[in-house]
Write a protein that binds this ligand. Structure first.
Ligand code: MG
Length: 152
């Protein structure tokens, strides 16, 4: 595996689906759930671990999709909301790459480093990643801290 770790946001780091009325809001071009979402894990522990791994040579990145509903203006608002969320909850992490791209974009095509590790709550995305990153790996959101603890 290459020294690169990428994270999905919705359902992996951010509890988007726990925001009341999130789906209706997104369908009405309201970007607020993306910034209001709570965290799904201990962000202080995650940030500490990521900063250590980055010092050890790991590339750290975000690969997240825009909302399924898309207009140029809404895409811009969603991007801003997601960047705000990252600076609120992981402000101490200086990401090497942040990709916030059209819903459905193959994530393996977005990572600059091929053959790295992806954390994503969507099994189909993990499958696509592994298929196109034969030397890489993908894990669910439940394994983030456990897996990161094992990397050197
Ligand atoms: Mg997700």
């Amino acid at each position: 595996m290459e020294k690169a770790i990428y994270f999905d946001m919705d359902g992996t780091l951010a509890n988007l689906y726990g925001v009341e009325g999130w789906l209706d809001k997104l369908r009405n071009y309201d970007a607020s759930p993306f910034v209001e979402a709570n965290t799904l894990l201990n962000m202080q522990a995650l940030a500490h671990r990521l900063n250590t791994l980055q010092k050890n040579g790991y590339t750290i990145g975000i690969i997240s999709w825009l909302s399924m509903e898309s207009t140029a203006e809404y895409d811009e608002e969603v991007t801003k909301a997601k960047l705000d969320w990252l600076s609120i909850h992981l402000g101490s992490v200086k990401f090497d790459e942040i990709h916030i791209e059209k819903y459905g974009t193959r994530k393996s095509t977005l990572a600059q480093v091929k053959g790295g590790l992806l954390f994503d709550d969507n099994p189909k995305i993990r499958k696509e990643w592994i298929k196109n990153n034969p030397s890489g790996w993908a894990c669910s959101e439940k394994e983030i801290l456990i897996v990161l603890e094992q990397l050197k």
